[in-house]
Ligand binder design. Structure first.
Ligand code: A2H
Length: 256
């Protein structure tokens, strides 16, 4: 195995209701009654209880790729190509049929179902300027309790809702504590963003530091305080939650 292989959990977030602009772009392109999923790649499957939205890069190009008779995945072309070389995702080796294309900004406001999230009513697709087209699927599920990047972004979105062309309340879903840590309490990301005085998602230097600290503390010293594996160390819960998501058909392995 090569050095630097990143093993992600790819989650399936089913579209419940497309935004009006998405409907326009997709008009007639998908077969009737089909299920479309946004596919965020995450390293922290044990945090999925705390999903409050899902991010796309507003200026990134996305495709809708057909994976079976009535299922489509939304991700970057780069990710679809990678998936087509991994068994069990697309039906045919190296084939990733594209049904439609759009920019992230076309689908802002779309409502999706986020597996395991406390927000059973669904969450929104929202813009994140710092999403990279060159890693994962270019779709990022938002867990503001444990990811400093996510926390800084939802705070900024709520503050400048009008500028971003969203409704403030889409960015203000309740943030519930999932993991308790000795150094940062049970809302690690919030604590670190405040401690390092991070004012914006563009404060990349401090966010890098916050991300590293949050990850180390959460993974090695965190305890689950929510969900089926409450009381277990995060190190154990990670694989248990991941397996549960895979068994329920809500996730699959994705490596790159
Ligand atoms: B993680 P690595 Cl709770 N652009 O998931 C920007 N960020 C991306 C991305 C992209 N194209 N693809 C994935 N990511 C994010 C959860 C999470 C994540 C938590 C805490 C930390 C954390 C919820 N967001 O990541 O560079 C995704 O966010 C910090 C390590 O491939 C993914 O996991 O190592 C992580 O970055 C992958 O980062």
């Amino acid at each position: 195995e090569g050095v630097g292989v990143q093993e992600y959990t790819a989650l399936k977030l089913k579209v419940k209701e497309w935004s009006p602009s998405a409907k326009k772009v997709l008009d007639g392109k998908l077969s009737e009654g089909s299920n479309v999923y946004f596919i965020p790649a995450t390293l922290r499957p044990e945090t999925m209880y705390g999903q409050t939205c899902c991010f796309v890069g507003p200026n990134i190009d996305y495709g809708i790729f057909k994976v079976s008779e009535n299922e489509y995945f939304v991700c970057s072309e780069r990710a679809a190509r990678n998936m087509s070389f991994q068994p069990g995702i697309f039906p045919e080796w190296a084939q990733y049929p594209r049904a439609a294309s759009f920019k992230g900004k076309d689908v802002i406001g779309t409502v999706i179902n986020a597996p395991l999230s406390v927000h059973k009513e669904g969450v929104r697709i929202l813009p994140m300027e710092t999403v990279k087209d060159t890693k994962g699927t270019a779709v990022v599920t938002c867990v503001p309790s444990d990811s400093p990047d996510d926390y800084a972004t939802v705070t900024d979105l709520a503050k400048k809702a009008e500028y971003y062309g969203i409704q403030k309340e889409w960015a203000e879903l309740e943030i519930i504590p999932i993991i308790d840590t000795p150094s940062y309490g049970n809302l690690t990301a919030k604590k670190l963003v405040e401690e390092l005085k991070i004012q914006s998602p563009k404060d990349t230097k401090n966010l890098e530091e916050a991300k590293e600290r949050a990850y180390k503390e959460g993974f090695y010293k965190g305890t689950m305080i929510y969900g089926e594996f409450k009381g277990k160390p995060v190190e154990q819960a990670k694989d248990l939650v991941k397996q549960q998501l895979i068994d329920s058909g809500d996730a699959f392995n994705y490596a790159e």
